[in-house]
Write a protein that binds this ligand. Structure first.
Ligand code: ADP
Ligand code: MG
Length: 247
């Protein structure tokens, strides 16, 4: 169980105008190693969120195979972080995280110890009993990340999780996410429309075309971490990603 993902021939349509179907994914294949940090970049509306939803099993594919650790993905534990925190505002930070743990079948004792651990990992121990609306956007998103991680997912799916934060907060969150990933080494599939963010974070980037999403290019980011936004190699790869997107 180390979080490998194998997607073959994935096809997804949605109801479209009239009796037409909207073709979003057509014969898409991806192969992701356990512990790998992969970013998915593509134009708005191309099908990025649909890819994450099908991996998570919240959207059903029309055709194709999705295997996580060699088994049907519906049997896998996946953590999901959305663009907005989507917390339960009438529950404290700790209760939000505990709720996910209990829903995943953990007992009360294990839940208590994991809630503590993940609050600490995201730097919110002091805010355990705070309600979401009293926290900043960045802190709320940290609760959402802890909630996704508390079930020890085989795969962590992140859908533009920092794009509604201000740039300074987003930068801090990216550094923190890499620290968490370093510690736990879960497989991460991170969707973004920000080329620089992708090059800063990823081991490998899939650059997608407009709908239906095809893989235009795979970019391996062979740059040691921590990466510097001003590093010439980082800037060069960022330009390559943008060039591919605008071709
Ligand atoms: P992205 O995340 O890349 O912006 P999405 O995966 O959200 O794109 O959507 C891809 C396309 O599928 C869009 O045209 C969107 O309108 C359409 N779509 C997504 N979800 C649904 C749905 N549940 N029903 C109908 N159309 C949908
Ligand atoms: Mg989306």
């Amino acid at each position: 169980m180390n979080g490998t993902i194998e997607v073959r021939g994935l096809r997804k349509t949605f109801p479209g105008a009239g009796d037409k179907r909207l073709l979003v994914l057509d014969d898409l294949s991806l192969s992701i190693d356990g512990g790998e940090f992969v970013c998915v970049v593509g134009p708005s509306g191309c099908g990025k969120s649909t890819i994450l939803h099908t991996l998570a099993g919240t959207v059903t594919e029309d055709a194709g195979d999705i295997l996580i650790d060699g088994r049907d993905h519906l049997l896998a534990r996946t953590g999901y972080v959305f663009q907005e925190p989507r917390l339960l505002n009438w529950r404290t930070a700790a209760e939000n995280i505990a709720f996910a743990a209990r829903a995943a079948g953990l007992d009360a004792r294990e839940t208590r110890s994991r809630v503590q651990r993940y609050l600490e990992l995201v730097g919110l121990t002091e805010f355990a009993n705070a309600y979401p609306l009293t926290l900043s956007g960045g802190m709320q998103q940290r609760v959402a990340i802890a909630r996704a991680l508390v079930i020890r997912p085989q795969v962590l799916l992140m859908d533009e999780p920092f794009s509604s934060l201000d740039e300074l907060t987003a930068r801090r969150m990216r550094t923190e996410l890499l620290r968490l990933w370093n510690e736990e080494r879960h497989t991460v599939v991170f969707v973004t429309h920000n080329a620089l963010e992708a090059v800063y974070l990823a081991d490998r980037i899939y650059v997608l075309s407009a709908r239906p999403a095809k893989i235009l290019r795979e970019v391996v980011v062979d740059v040691g971490r921590p990466r510097d936004f001003e590093d010439p190699m980082v800037l060069k790869l960022q330009r390559e990603v943008i060039a591919t997107l605008t071709e």
